[in-house]
Design a protein around this ligand. Structure first.
Ligand SMILES: Cc1cc2nc3c(=O)[nH]c(=O)nc-3n(C[C@H](O)[C@H](O)[C@H](O)COP(=O)(O)OP(=O)(O)OC[C@H]3O[C@@H](n4cnc5c(N)ncnc54)[C@H](O)[C@@H]3O)c2cc1C
Length: 309
């Protein structure tokens, strides 16, 4: 992985910047490329706009590693209220949540209780619950809680990361249970002991995993197949594979982040692909934003430009 990526990911863990980085005006200006705003209403306005363009959405309120029980409860309440508001508006916009935002670092059972509340709200409104994947030490617990949740709620999916060596085994297990998978390359700084250090190997693994997701076993189990990537070449290769094996364009989805590859989102959707955009909002955006910069260090140029207004 590039030096710039490693540096940006290390900076994203800096506690002082996590607390204060969002107050720096030129960084606030630069982040608007990836975020419609900090409030739920601003996210909702963006989701309605994209719905008007034929693209459904996923929403996530930024936050992670919550250390306070009251805050975890407030996050859960915020999501349940949001799911209800979205239902009332008849908007197709699914929540995506990080377990450490629900207090996983404080109390696992408490976090599971909140996760259950979200799944129940989704079930009641015909929505779908996505669970994000965080750093590698959280993978086991995230998958354990996802599987437990799936025993009670069918409309649940989890993110899996192609950069981890273990993901092939996890993917086979998760898809066999009919749990949805959003496959991504992986956004964190992981050691070479657990993750492919070379991007070409991550890309190759992504394609190998995509083939399993589109294969007969995963499809027979009813696992929802979502490719969370902006890599247009990879999407094209996956599409060609799907077509050659008789999997229809409407049998899998492509999810991208708000503000990235917008023309491609519109083009894919016009071609009949199921496209969603993940819209992030909230005031705790600094580490998330640094991960977006690390994905494409050329984005640092946008930050530099916004320094000069
Ligand atoms: C819907 C969705 C959900 C995600 N959820 C998670 C999660 O739960 N856990 C997790 O670890 N990661 C998550 N990610 C992030 C993911 O792991 C990658 O870090 C991110 O998607 C960049 O990888 P890529 O697949 O787009 O491919 P890359 O090879 O990194 O990028 C391909 C091309 O896309 C464009 N591009 C990619 N990123 C950017 C950017 N930031 N700005 C501008 N252009 C860009 C560039 O043109 C680049 O050449 C998610 C991503 C998406 C799209």
């Amino acid at each position: 992985m590039s030096v710039a990526r490693t540096v940006l990911l290390k900076v994203s863990d800096n506690q002082w910047l996590r607390a204060n980085g969002t107050r720096i005006p030129f960084i606030r200006r630069a982040v608007s490329k990836f975020m419609p705003g900090e409030t739920f209403d601003e996210m909702l306005a963006a989701a309605r706009t994209t719905a008007g363009e034929g693209i459904k959405s996923v929403f996530t309120r930024l936050g992670e590693n919550v250390k306070d029980l009251g805050e975890a409860e407030a996050v859960a309440r915020h999501y349940v209220e949001g799911i209800d508001r979205i239902h009332a508006l008849k908007l197709d916009c699914a929540p995506s949540i990080k377990l450490t935002q629900l207090g996983l670092d404080i109390d696992r059972e408490l976090a599971y209780g909140y996760l259950r509340d979200l799944a129940a709200a989704c079930q009641a409104s015909g929505n779908y619950l996505w669970i994000d994947m965080e750093q590698s030490p959280y993978v086991d617990v995230t998958l354990t809680l996802t599987k437990r949740l799936r025993e009670e709620f069918p409309r649940v999916g989890v993110c899996l990361q192609a950069y981890l060596f273990r993901t092939r085994e996890d993917l086979e297990d998760i898809t066999s249970r009919g749990i949805g998978v959003r496959l991504v390359k992986g956004a964190y700084n992981e050691p070479a002991a657990v993750a492919f250090p070379k991007k070409t190997d991550v890309d190759a693994n992504y394609y190998a995993l995509a083939q399993i997701m589109l294969g007969p076993a995963a499809r027979a189990a009813g696992s929802r197949a979502v490719f969370g990537t902006h890599d247009l070449q990879l999407i094209q290769t996956i599409r060609a594979h799907a077509q050659s094996t008789g999997v229809k364009l409407g049998d899998y989805e492509v999810h991208m982040l708000y503000g990235i590859q917008k023309p491609a989102q519109l083009r894919l959707s016009q071609e009949g692909a199921l496209v969603r955009v993940l819209i992030a909002y909230g005031d705790y955006w600094f580490p998330w934003y640094l991960r977006r910069l690390a994905e494409r260090p050329a984005n640092v140029w946008f930050v530099a430009k916004s320094l000069f207004g």
